[in-house]
Design a protein around this ligand. Structure first.
Ligand SMILES: [Zn+2]
Length: 258
């Protein structure tokens, strides 16, 4: 079988082998065993399985009758289709990409050879990750990289595809049109906005507008998403963590970026 996807995890195994986790185009996560995948050896072959690389992978036929198919598939051939060129040279950007992988691995569904990829509702997740990496790499080349701007857009797009995007139109308590309201407040644990009549708290109207903007803006126009900041991005990340029962401190890369 042939698979295409992005390398989001890898573990060296034995002297030269590698186990890689790949986010497939279908949005499922597949695990592959690659003989000699670490590179090296007497010809000093480089490993093509760098984080963020887009790979095409051929697997050996497995699971002949009576043998149970395993989730770890053995690779017969592989080639790299795309690789980020600038990310690994910028420490902040590199850890931001690692944070993307950490976030994805918190909820992604594993591919199993017997179940296939019938369920197509996860495709959007692959699109978010591939766009995030492509435009991160591009922004570094153009010298316009701003970590919170990238993370803000990534999280908004991801929350949308996960179906847990905050309602940016109506107050969660009274149903009032949020844009008609004098102010709004973001409730992190619920991932919803309320009007300031229902909750007398800090006004988050700017945050609401920046979520709307990120939702409406395509990745190629991401420079149009202005005014993002660390405080707001962290609120989105907090909400994600709350929803998936993840502790912020478990997202190791996050501490290394900001
Ligand atoms: Zn209200």
């Amino acid at each position: 079988m042939v698979f295409e996807g992005i390398v989001v995890g890898k573990t060296p195994y034995k002297e030269r082998d590698l186990i890689v986790k790949v986010l497939l185009r279908s949005g499922f996560l597949a695990s592959f065993y690659v003989y000699g995948g670490q590179g090296g050896g007497k010809h000093h072959k480089p490993s093509l399985f760098e984080f963020g690389s887009m790979m095409r992978i051929h697997t050996k036929e497995q699971g002949s009758k009576g043998v149970e198919k395993t989730e770890l598939m053995t690779v017969s051939e592989y080639e790299r289709i795309w690789e980020p060129t600038s990310i690994r040279h910028n420490v902040k950007a590199f850890y931001l990409s690692c944070l993307y992988y950490e976030i994805i691995l918190k909820f992604v569904v594993s591919y199993h050879p017997e179940h296939g990829e019938l369920d197509q509702e996860h495709e959007g997740i692959f699109a978010v990750v591939s766009n995030a990496l492509f435009y991160l790499d591009k922004s570094l080349a153009a010298n316009t990289f701003e970590a919170h701007q990238h993370l803000h857009l990534f999280l908004v797009k991801l929350l949308y595809h996960l179906g847990i995007m905050p309602d940016v139109d109506y107050c969660v308590y009274c149903g009032e049109d949020l844009l008609q309201s004098e102010g709004v407040h973001f409730l992190i644990t619920e991932g919803q906005f309320s009007c300031l009549n229902c909750v007398q708290e800090k006004n988050d109207m700017g945050f609401l507008l920046r979520i709307k903007k990120a939702y409406q803006t395509k990745y190629q126009n991401m420079h149009e998403v202005h005014g993002t900041n660390l405080v707001e991005t962290e609120k989105l990340l907090n909400y994600f963590c709350h929803h998936f029962h993840v502790k912020m401190v478990d997202l190791k890369s996050y501490q290394l970026i900001f």
